[in-house]
Design a protein around this ligand. Structure first.
Ligand code: GLU
Ligand code: MG
Length: 437
């Protein structure tokens, strides 16, 4: 029988879930123009499945319009169905952006940086995840044998990413049992977030083709497990010239005034937007000291426990090009668009305010008393999603760009998700999120 290829137009929703609707690939041309119907209440589907109370109910029509730059078609050549999907923007029927669309939010923030400050962003998402097709074995950190035991998964996965046009960087066995990491080259603003969606989906697509195995990007498989972080590397350049503007050779930590103001905004607002970068109840079991994740809104110089860190440069002669930063208080329960959009919205606020250059925090914040840390503007990050959502709600500085509709939809959806989890203990919650992500 002749099979009919299907392409799905996808969106990464408020809970970082990839959802969408499909059409026969041969209708590509007309679908690229008109997209496919979508409804506002789809945004209120929680990652757990049930729909949060929706202000729209059954009413309203939107369009999920594909962006041809994101067409992804990977043929595994194993007689399985071709992976064919394209990322869409959620628009009103007249073609104007719907402000709850996570991808549209990121675009608003990037436009703000460009229009108000002449700046562009390059970013790369680094993903840690569990490949569940291998046994859990002690003493596997960075082990060559852990690479070997995942069999064909890694090679097939990198082949799929390559076919999708993503610049390969590294693939490794990470510290935890069954834990692996994939990193890719930097890309411009929205493309970097698009690639994060593709990276997650192609990991799932590849695992499924290894005897229907699974990967999980959940922040923690169990409360005591090693965390799966999403670390976002980023840098700024002048849009007009393409010149990187992150490094200042005359500053003691090498931080330019422009990047310094951006980082100051990100640090100041980190507790307030954390819910958009660490978006599930289990995220907060990971964001603790001594886990190499992030527990404070501090700037570290090459410190892997800082909320933000200045990354090492391996070739001093290329320091202007290579000097960049990493945001570590994130995981894959956050939509890549909300994640990158939220940190950059805070950075944009920092630039708008003309904040002073961020200061590197010396030492580990947990080793100092609160007064010492507070004097330096450093606080413990929220320790639960409930707390993070309350701080998010209270902050109005980011509201012009995180519009009231987006904000209230996000809050309602997340609070409903929490209510579904309220009777479960940490172990049971981790088990649920391991299934979902
Ligand atoms: N697994 C750690 C995390 O939860 C990060 C380890 C690393 O620095 O690569 O973020
Ligand atoms: Mg890692």
């Amino acid at each position: 029988m002749k099979r009919e290829e299907i392409t799905t137009i996808i969106t990464s929703d408020l809970g970082g879930q990839t959802r969408g609707k499909g059409y026969p690939t041969r209708d590509r041309e007309s679908r690229m123009k008109r997209g496919i119907g979508w409804t506002p209440t789809n945004s209120m589907i929680t990652p757990l499945g049930p729909i949060a109370p929706s202000p729209w109910g059954p009413c309203g029509d939107l369009a999920l319009r594909p962006d041809p730059d994101t067409e992804t078609r990977v043929d595994f050549n194993d007689d399985s169905a071709v992976e064919s999907f394209v990322i869409g923007d959620i628009l009103h029927l007249d073609g104007t952006p719907w402000d709850v669309c996570p991808r549209g939010f990121l675009k608003r923030v990037l436009n703000g940086l460009e229009e108000r400050h002449g700046l562009s962003v390059k970013a790369a998402f680094e993903h840690e995840f569990a490949y569940l097709g291998v046994d859990e074995r002690a003493n596997s950190p960075y082990a060559l044998d852990s690479v070997r035991r995942q069999g064909r998964f890694g090679e097939t996965y990198l082949g799929a990413l390559e076919q999708a046009g993503i610049t390969l960087d590294t693939f490794m066995a990470e510290y935890g049992p069954r834990q692996y990491e994939v990193t890719v080259g930097p890309a411009n603003g929205v493309t970097a977030a698009d690639q994060a969606v593709i990276i997650r989906e192609l990991a799932r697509a590849t695992a499924w083709r290894q005897d229907q195995q699974r990967v999980s990007f959940t922040p923690l498989l169990r409360p005591d497990a090693v965390g799966n972080g999403v670390h976002v590397h980023f840098s700024l350049s002048e849009t007009a010239s393409g010149r990187p503007v992150n490094h200042d050779p005359d500053h003691k930590d090498g931080l330019s005034e422009t990047a310094g103001a951006l980082l100051s905004g990100m640090l100041a607002k980190m507790p307030a937007y954390l819910a958009m970068t660490a978006s599930s109840p289990v995220s907060y079991y990971r964001l603790k000291p001594n886990r190499w994740s992030a527990a404070y809104n501090n700037l570290g110089y090459r410190d892997r426990e800082a909320g933000l860190r200045i990354c090492p440069v391996f070739d001093e002669s290329k320091i202007t090009d290579q000097y960049h930063f990493e945001y570590r208080a994130a995981d894959a329960t956050a939509s890549p668009y909300l994640l990158l959009g939220a940190i950059l919205a805070a950075g944009l606020w920092g630039l708008d305010q003309g904040l002073e250059r961020a200061k590197v925090f010396e030492g580990a914040p947990q080793d100092f008393d609160e007064a010492h840390n507070q004097a330096l503007g450093v606080t413990r990050l929220p320790t639960s999603l409930e707390e993070a959502l309350d701080l998010f709600e209270a902050d109005t500085d980011l509201e012009p760009i995180i519009t009231p509709t987006l904000k209230s939809a996000f809050l309602a959806s997340k609070r409903f998700e929490l209510s579904l989890m309220k009777d479960l203990d940490a172990e049971a919650r981790c088990a649920r999120y391991a299934e979902i992500y």
